[in-house]
Design a protein around this ligand. Structure first.
Ligand code: GTR
Length: 328
């Protein structure tokens, strides 16, 4: 009997010493975060930084486990699970979220932001906060934004001008606005999950897709769609969302820790993003892919072709677009 209690006492003591206090062991909350990208991608590293800050600032009481590489599923399915409260967090492109909250369309229209600095001023300012209120009505808590550069078309046959895209089957994210964007160029939009794009390109189900340099490289799409055109048709920010069902059950203090941690993880992700974007571009160029540089005249043609997409937007979207454009 004595031996047993000594063993139990030492186990208890060891736990106490390792964890800092017994309360942190018993009251620990383990939360799941779904991420589509691989572990070494800059955005995933941003997720890890967010998780690290939450753990540190909650003295180990909140632990966010990052499930990278689609372990929890493709973005659309994960977003649904977050809405239901079955997954706690996800870092996603706003495109698939816009299928749930159409107000997000105002943030991903083509050639909307003048540059990255303009986008950051918008996202980190009052307009970015406003959209978080809209997200709540669909059971999402917007925690903050990450960088994702601008998106460009890449194809199996060379595209030199906007006219060349006519009739081509182009994969888009599962979002109505992205379908409209590609259709405005006279191409055939094919919404597909991210993980299905490589084989769809390989087998010729689609003629091309569109994304930023880092994803073009990390997915190996550059192997099966060797022509890339630097049209930079849109900047689609990335967002960290929490499930409102889960978030509402946390204490005010815990909620603040989470929000602040995401804010503080942002500059780290942006830094890694900017570094990797250059590396990705350089790597793809060195692999010998054909990169068509878009002249400012040709870019104007892309912009003109996208105008009807703006004309189709409802007044509430245009109101936000005008506010975004007014940000100097
Ligand atoms: C990437 C983005 C992913 C995913 C992907 C896609 O740029 O980071 O979250 O949305 O694009 O095209 O599906």
């Amino acid at each position: 009997m004595k031996k047993v209690s000594i063993v139990l006492l030492s186990v208890w003591l060891a736990t106490f010493i390792l964890a800092g206090s017994p309360a942190s062991v018993f009251a620990q909350k383990v939360l799941k975060l779904g991420e589509t990208h691989p572990q070494d991608y800059p955005t995933t590293k941003g997720d890890y930084e967010f998780a690290r800050l939450v753990k540190e600032r909650s003295n180990g009481k909140m632990v966010i486990e990052v499930y990278h590489s689609k372990q929890l599923g493709e973005e659309k399915a994960v977003i649904e699970q977050v809405q239901l409260g079955a997954i706690d967090f996800t870092r996603v492109s706003i495109s698939p979220v816009s299928a749930f909250v159409r107000d997000l369309d105002a943030f991903q229209l083509p050639y909307l932001y003048r540059d990255a600095a303009h986008m950051w001023k918008v996202l980190n300012g009052p307009i970015g906060q406003e959209i978080f209120k809209k997200l709540e009505t669909s059971n999402f808590i917007g925690l903050g934004w990450f960088e994702a550069g601008s998106r460009n078309f890449y194809t199996k046959k060379q595209v030199k001008t906007v006219v060349d895209l006519k009739g081509m089957k182009i994969r888009v994210q599962q979002a109505p606005l992205m379908v409209g964007l590609v259709e405005a160029l006279g191409a055939v939009a094919t919404p597909l999950a991210f993980g299905e794009v490589y084989s769809a390109l390989q087998t010729g189900v689609i003629d091309g897709a569109e994304n930023n340099w880092p994803s073009y490289l990390s997915t190996s799409h550059y192997e099966v769609a060797k022509f890339f055109i630097t049209d930079e048709h849109t900047r689609v920010p990335e967002i960290m969302i929490a499930s409102k069902k889960v978030f509402d059950k946390l204490s005010k203090e815990e909620q603040t820790i989470i929000k602040k941690a995401m804010q503080d993880a942002q500059p780290y992700q942006i830094k890694l993003w900017n570094e990797f974007e250059k590396v990705a571009e350089k790597t793809v160029r060195e692999k010998g892919n054909t990169i068509t540089e878009v002249t400012s005249q040709e870019k104007q043609k892309f912009m003109d072709a996208m105008k009807p997409l703006y004309d189709k937007q409802p007044p509430e979207i245009i109101a936000v677009v005008n506010k975004i454009r007014a940000v100097k």
